[in-house]
Design a protein around this ligand. Structure first.
Ligand code: UD1
Length: 376
C-alpha cells in the first residue's frame, strides 16, 4: 500500500491535519504515518488538540522543542531525515507555514519524495514574518499546491509556479470547525467563566512582531484595557506572550486591569465555544481570521497586513494595524453595532479533506484492487 506521511508540529497544524487523516482512514486506500515534530509541547498547546479533534496519537514523536529559528529548523531536519529514511513515504503532506512545515519540505525534496503543501499560496508580502519565508519556500519546492481560496492560486501563478501543480481544494481547517461546532456549543465554557453570549470579547496575541517589541505590545495592551472598560475581554495567553509579559513585568498590572481576563491557552473545543459566541475578536492569528469569518463574528486583526485577504474581502475581518487609537476606534465602532458583516468564502464547506483524500489517491495511482478492498 502507498504511504502518506503527515507532519504536525505546532498548534495551528492539528486542526488542518486531523480531517485529512480521518478522511484517508475512512477511505482506507492509503497507509498513513502521523509524525509530531514536538515544535509545540505544552499539554495545552498540543495534547489537548489530539483529544478534542479525535486525532490518533502520533505514530512518531520527535520532541524537537523550542530554539532559535536556525536551531529549531536544523534539529527538525536532522530528525525528519531519519524518519523519512526509515518510513519511505510515497508522499509527504505538510500544512500551513510553521518551521516544521518548511523543515519537512526541505528534507523531502532533497530525498526525492513528492510533497503536498496544504494551505499553499497565502502571502502577506511581508518578508519580516518568518511564516512568509516558510510559505514562499515550501510552495516553491512542493509538487502539489493545495489552496484554500482563488487569491492563493493567483499568488502562485504570479510567482511562476506551474498551474498543473495547483488545486483549489478549499479550507481544510473549516472542516474541523464545522465538525466540532455543535459539540463545542454544548460545553459549559461560558457559564463556567461567568460570561453571557455576545457580551464579551476575545483576544489572542502571539505574533513575534507584536509581542517581542515592548512598544507594540504595550500599545496593544492599552487598546485592550480600553475595550475592557466596555465589556469583559478574555485573553488566553500563548506561552511566547506569557514569557514577554513576565520579562517586562507587566503580568501583575494586567491581572488587575478591570474587565481583562488573562487565562491559560485553551483547548480546541473550549476556545471554539468562546469565539463562536463572542461579540468581537481581536487577534494576530491567521487561523482565527478564517474561523471568525465562518462563525460570522466581527474580527479586528491587529497586524499591518494579512495573508488571508479573502477574510477581509468576503468575510468579517478588518485589518486595523497596531496603533492603539486606531484599534480603539475600530473596537468602538464594532461594539456600537457597526461590526463587519460577511459571507462564507466558496469551498469553505467542510469537505476540503474529502477533496484532498481523493486527490492523494489519484496522484498516488492507488490500484483499483486496493480501492475495491477498501470499500468492501
Ligand atoms: C509558532 C509558529 C507560528 C504559529 C504559532 C502558533 C513558526 C515560525 N511560528 O509560533 O506561525 O502561528 O506557532 O502558536 O513556526 N513555547 C512554549 N510551549 C510550547 C510552544 C512554545 O513554552 O508548547 C514557547 C517557548 O518559549 C518558545 C516560544 O513559545 O520559544 C515560541 O515557540 P515557537 O514554536 O518557536 O513559535 P511560536 O511563537 O509558538
Amino acid at each position: 500500500m502507498k504511504k502518506v506521511l503527515h507532519i504536525v508540529g505546532a498548534r495551528p497544524n492539528f486542526m488542518k491535519v486531523a480531517p485529512i487523516h480521518r478522511a484517508l482512514s475512512e477511505r482506507g486506500a492509503l497507509q498513513q504515518c502521523l509524525v509530531h515534530t514536538g515544535q509545540h509541547y505544552d499539554v495545552k498547546m498540543s495534547d489537548v488538540f489530539f483529544t478534542d479533534l479525535g486525532m490518533p496519537a502520533p505514530d512518531i514523536h520527535l520532541g524537537i522543542g523550542s530554539g532559535s529559528h536556525a536551531e529549531q529548523t536544523a534539529r527538525l531536519m536532522l530528525e525528519l531525515e531519519k524518519v523519512f529514511t526509515s518510513q519511505k513515504p510515497d508522499l509527504v503532506s505538510v500544512v500551513g507555514d510553521v518551521n516544521s512545515t518548511l523543515a519537512a519540505a526541505l528534507v523531502a525534496v532533497k530525498m526525492g519524495i513528492p510533497i503536498s503543501h496544504v494551505e499553499a499560496g497565502l502571502r502577506s508580502f511581508d518578508n519580516a514574518m518568518p511564516e512568509e519565508i516558510n510559505r514562499i519556500l515550501t510552495d516553491r519546492i512542493s509538487d502539489l499546491l493545495l489552496t484554500p481560496s482563488a487569491d492563493a492560486d493567483a499568488n502562485l501563478i504570479r510567482e511562476g509556479l506551474e498551474p498543473a501543480r495547483i488545486r483549489l481544494v478549499g479550507n481544510v481547517m473549516i472542516d474541523s470547525l464545522l465538525g466540532a461546532r455543535d459539540r463545542a456549543l454544548k460545553l459549559s465554557t461560558l457559564a463556567d467563566m461567568g460570561l453571557s453570549p455576545r457580551a464579551y470579547a476575545v483576544c489572542t496575541l502571539h505574533r513575534a512582531s507584536n509581542v517581542d517589541d515592548p512598544k507594540v505590545l504595550t500599545g496593544l495592551l492599552t487598546a485592550l484595557a480600553h475595550v475592557a472598560e466596555r465589556l469583559p475581554v478574555v485573553f488566553p495567553v500563548h506561552p511566547r506572550t506569557r514569557k514577554r509579559l513576565t520579562d517586562l513585568g507587566l503580568g501583575p498590572s494586567l491581572e488587575r486591569t478591570p474587565g481583562l481576563r488573562l487565562v491559560d491557552p485553551m483547548g480546541y473545543l473550549e476556545f471554539l465555544a468562546l469565539t463562536a459566541q463572542a461579540r468581537l475578536v481581536f487577534t494576530d492569528s491567521g487561523g482565527l481570521q478564517e474561523e471568525t469569518t465562518v462563525l460570522g463574528i466581527p474580527c479586528l486583526t491587529v497586524r499591518e497586513n494579512t495573508e488571508r485577504p479573502i477574510t477581509v474581502e468576503v468575510g468579517t475581518n478588518l485589518v486595523v494595524g497596531t496603533d492603539p487609537v486606531r484599534i480603539q476606534q475600530a473596537a468602538d465602532r464594532a461594539l456600537d453595532g457597526q461590526g463587519k458583516q460577511g459571507r462564507i468564502p466558496e469551498l469553505w464547506d467542510g469537505r476540503a479533506s474529502e477533496r484532498i483524500a481523493a486527490l492523494y489517491e489519484r496522484v498516488l495511482g492507488v490500484a483499483p484492487a486496493e480501492l475495491r478492498a477498501a470499500s468492501a
